[in-house]
Structures are given as C-alpha cells and as structure tokens.
Design a protein around this ligand. Sequence first.
Ligand SMILES: Cc1cc2nc3c(=O)[nH]c(=O)nc-3n(C[C@H](O)[C@H](O)[C@H](O)COP(=O)(O)OP(=O)(O)OC[C@H]3O[C@@H](n4cnc5c(N)ncnc54)[C@H](O)[C@@H]3O)c2cc1C
Length: 275
Amino acid sequence: MAIEVSLLSHTEDPLRSLYLAYRTCYSALTPQQIAARIEDERIPRETMRSFITERLKTGHASPLEQVWFEFAISGVSRAFSHQFVRHRVGISFEQQSQRYVTYKGGEFPYAIPKSVERADMGDAMAAHLAQTGALYEAMIEAGVPAEDARFLLPNATGTNFKVTVNFASLLHICDLRLCTRAQWEFRRVAALLRAEVARVEPELGRYLQPKCGELRTGYCDESEADWEACPIGRVRPHKDALFRLYDQYRKGELQPLRAEDWAAIEGDGAEAAGG
Ligand SMILES: Cc1cc2nc3c(=O)[nH]c(=O)nc-3n(C[C@H](O)[C@H](O)[C@H](O)COP(=O)(O)OP(=O)(O)OC[C@H]3O[C@@H](n4cnc5c(N)ncnc54)[C@H](O)[C@@H]3O)c2cc1C
C-alpha cells in the first residue's frame, strides 16, 4: 500500500486572494478597486508577493483562512486517520467507510511499517493479517454486516480521504506534523501536502514547515529532552534556552568568553595559510 497525496483543486489564484484579503484591511481603496489594479497590473505580482511575505511575519492570520486546498489522500493507515481527524478547525474530511465498503474475499489493504520489516517481522505480520482477512470473510459469508465484521480490522488497515483545508489550518497541521516528534506516517503525508502546494504555489508552499522552521516560530517548544534528541535541535534553539539567555543578558550575567573560546577565535595561525 503506497501513500499518495494529490492536490485536486485550490482557490483560483491563492496569491491574489491572500493579497486582496490583507490589502483590504490596510488600504483606503475598496477591494473592488484593489482587484481592478491587480487586473490591469498596476499592482504587479512581485508587489503582492513581498506584501504577503511581510504580513506572514505578523500574527494577522485570518486572511489565511480565505485560501483553500482540496486534496485526495490514499493508501494511508487507520493509525494515521485516527490522528488526522483530531484536527477540528478549518478542515473538512470525507473518509472511506468500513460500513459501506465490504472487503471482497477478505482482502483488505494494509501498511507494514519499515521498523517491523527491519525487525524481520514483516512476513509474520502479513501472515497474521491474512488470518484476520480470512476470519472477516467468514463472518461476511455468515451474514455478519460489514459494520460489525470490521471490528476485527487493525490500525494497519488502509483508508482514503478527500479533504478540503484552508491555508491557516494547513500551516497549523504542518507546524505539528512536520515536527520530528510526530508519527512517521503523518510526517510523510504532511511532507506530501507541502510538496503539492509548493508545486502550484511555491511562495506559499515554503511556509509549510515544522513549527521550529525559520518561517514559523524559529524555536522548539517541545520538552528539552525531546529537543536534545531531535536532529533539527542542532540548528534550532529551545524556547527555554532563549529565555535563560535573555534573563542572563538582562541581569548582566552573560557568561564571559572562556580561554577555549578565545583559542577558537585566535586559532594557531595555521588556518591563515592560503589566505
Ligand atoms: C506529537 C503529537 C502527539 C500527540 N499525542 C496525543 C496523545 O497521546 N493522545 C491524544 O489524545 N492526542 C494526541 N495528539 C493529538 C493532539 O492532542 C491534538 O488533538 C491534535 O494535534 C489536533 O491539534 P489541534 O487541537 O492543535 O488542531 P485543531 O483541532 O485543528 O485546532 C486548531 C487550533 O484551534 C484551537 N482549538 C480548536 N478547538 C478549540 C476549542 N474547542 N477551544 C479552544 N481552542 C480550540 C486549537 O488549540 C488549535 O490551536 C498528539 C499530537 C501530536 C502532534
């Protein structure tokens, strides 16, 4: 079972829509007049881009809700879908039903995580799932409705979605689900959502980052232990470390440069070779 994410449709011109939403707030012009200026190119796309870039640095987030994206998502597990549907705001889901869809011959799609394969237990898991499928089929043949036979099915079972999500919500989902703390399958889906948006609107796609990304908060707010374990922790400060540093600075207690720091600064002259 392969995870696939396809962008089916989106706000006709996301950049124009975002610009119009933001500009309406800050302009004496009416939105109709702004739209006319976009139309006759008195406001070029580059101007729209840089204006939006500046707005995205602020907390003025509601215009982001006016841009929507429609996705098809397939080949994901029910383990993923339990997490996905926890997002409540700015996203609408339709998910393949296990009541209305009966798996023919007890053959249901499923995912085997790489960690299971690495542990050399992929075949054992597949055999177990085949037994589950056989029992499911026996129940269906015995007249058990699909909505009850599905009680057998595991988190590994495949499912599909059609979703519509606004850009504000998509940013939030990526904040959380591109974080290395998120589950691998959700990280994979979030990365594919990001790639699909970047394909049609690179300027917006690049904002879909984990929350510690340089275009999001720029720091980590997970536990310090998780931050230390995170490979991105090496290039992102932890929130508590920033506050500690600020506190030291405010009190005039910044740690003075140590002898080894000066040694690193001054070097032994060897680096100077070759200019
Ligand atoms: C790494 C990770 C581990 C997790 N582990 C668990 C777990 O062990 N168990 C578990 O049950 N869940 C877990 N979750 C799910 C998590 O608790 C959230 O349900 C999920 O991330 C949805 O996030 P959200 O509420 O921020 O998003 P949304 O539901 O889309 O909400 C978007 C924003 O609106 C705010 N909001 C939404 N509804 C309300 C409301 N009624 N009142 C006030 N504000 C609101 C949210 O706070 C958020 O800021 C985990 C999530 C992550 C990323």
